[in-house]
Design a protein around this ligand. Structure first.
Ligand code: HAM
Length: 420
């Protein structure tokens, strides 16, 4: 017996009718950047492994545990992209976009890959829509991006998203803080792994979710109390602008994101209906990323919103998307001649922008009408042998049951009129 196949672990298929909700979410996320002057960018699904390591950060979980890395037939080490920001900056530098008008505003939508332990809301293949503004330090860009994301969640009808906000400082103020934090953490009772993290990436320890670690973190020094004057001023301005824009947020001085490139503003949108994987989207400033990957200084800010978790959040709030893939017109030819005749009519309907489908599989009148009813169409166009001889079709309103004969030559106009 031949084996049967299933989607790989940690992945899932998007099928109708649920797939319509994913499209709705993607469209809602992309609408804002399009209105705010962001151009569409698409980068390869795999990148040079070194770019991902340098861009995302050697010490991150993403790089140490979660990459899908392979050697291609030419001996190059490539990695399936776990996120897009490093790729977008690479592409902007490669094509010299940063030498034109700044900021360079770009948005994207696509698949990303992380070898994580799968659970609800955490997949190995997932989908994000993102927006990045490269080459400006203006706090108003940070605020613009946060507002665009908040507005997208609002438009989707999500009431339960909370925005967490923090500043991670910059190379002026972070090193001294990092040292203070390390001193504090080294005095705690931590396991070897966590001690290792204190040496490499102490800020991540602040984000540890385990109760035995959390209870020891009371009194840990917080970066919010050690920002330099410039970072403090920038953060204050972002907050003031968000207040002007009517975006509510919660200051979360322990918010540390899982990517190493962040500086200054960082934020996360969380939804309480999702359990452990509560972040539906996040982002922040990454003023040093361009120089980290060999480019000039290009202070930038952006976000990526998770499509999969946002769909789960909509389900948790009971937000329904009318997602049946429905056509307005369903054509029912009875017999081979009628079938033959209606194929080009169907094409004309579609050219005229009337969504239309037809019964297939040579069913009789009863089966064909059942298919028409199930299709959810508003009108059925029934054509039998006698109709063909008279060059007419029977146009049936599937809601009222009312049926009239319409000359085939007038059918498209007639339907267009009825449907507008
Ligand atoms: P991130 O926080 O790693 O940021 O991912 C953004 C969003 O993608 C998360 O909030 C979550 O909704 C979704 N996501 C991440 N991993 C998974 C997964 N395994 N399964 C399902 N959904 C997931 C970034 O990726 C940065 N590039 C954001 C950014 C853009 N920062 C600046 N610009």
């Amino acid at each position: 017996m031949s084996r049967s196949f299933t989607a790989p672990k940690g992945t899932f298929d998007l099928i109708p009718p649920e797939s319509a909700t994913f499209l709705r979410v993607r469209d809602a996320f992309a609408a804002g950047p399009k209105l705010a002057g962001y151009g569409y960018v698409e980068t390869p699904i795999f990148e040079d492994t070194a770019l991902i390591h340098r861009g995302v950060g050697e010490s991150t979980d993403i790089v140490t545990k979660e990459t899908y890395t392979f050697t291609d037939r030419g001996g190059r080490s490539l990695t399936l992209r776990p996120e897009a920001t490093a790729s977008v900056v690479r592409a902007a530098l490669e094509h010299g976009l940063h030498r034109g008008q700044l900021p360079v505003k770009l948005w994207y939508s696509g698949s990303f890959f992380r070898y994580e332990r799968p659970q609800s809301g955490r997949y190995r293949h997932f989908s994000q829509v993102g927006a990045e503004a490269l080459g400006a330090t203006d706090a108003s860009l940070d605020a613009e991006l946060v507002w665009l994301a908040a507005e997208a969640y609002r438009r989707l009808g999500l009431g339960g998203c909370r925005l967490l906000l923090n500043s991670l400082g910059d190379p002026q103020c972070r090193p001294a803080y990092r040292q203070r934090l390390q001193e504090f953490l080294r005095g705690l009772d931590l396991d070897d792994d966590t001690r290792g993290r204190v040496d490499i990436n102490p800020l991540r320890v602040l984000d540890d979710k385990r109760a035995e670690v959390r209870k020891q973190l009371h009194g840990a020094p917080l970066l919010a109390d050690h920002l330099c004057a410039e970072c403090q001023e920038h953060y204050d301005e972002v907050r003031a602008l968000l207040a002007d824009l009517g975006v509510s947020y919660v200051d979360d001085p322990r918010l540390v994101r899982g990517l190493d490139y962040y500086t200054r503003t960082t934020f996360e949108f969380v939804h309480d209906g999702l359990g452990a994987q509560s972040a539906v989207g996040g982002g922040g400033r990454y003023d040093g990323l361009s120089s980290d990957i060999g480019g000039p200084s290009l202070p930038s800010v952006g976000w990526s919103l998770g499509v999969d978790r946002t769909v789960l959040a909509m389900r948790a709030e009971g937000i329904a998307v009318d997602d049946a893939p429905r056509c307005a017109v369903f054509v029912v030819p009875l017999g081979d001649d009628a079938h033959r005749r209606m194929v080009p009519v169907l094409a004309t309907l579609r050219t005229a922008g009337v969504s239309s489908d037809m019964v297939y599989g040579g069913r009789g009148l009863k089966g064909a009408m059942k298919a028409a009813d199930r299709s959810g169409a508003r009108y059925a166009v029934i054509v039998g042998e006698r109709d063909l001889r008279g060059d007419v079709a029977q146009l049936k309103d599937l809601a009222s049951g009312e049926q009239v004969a319409v000359p085939l030559a007038d059918l498209v106009d007639n339907l267009q009129e009825k449907l507008t």
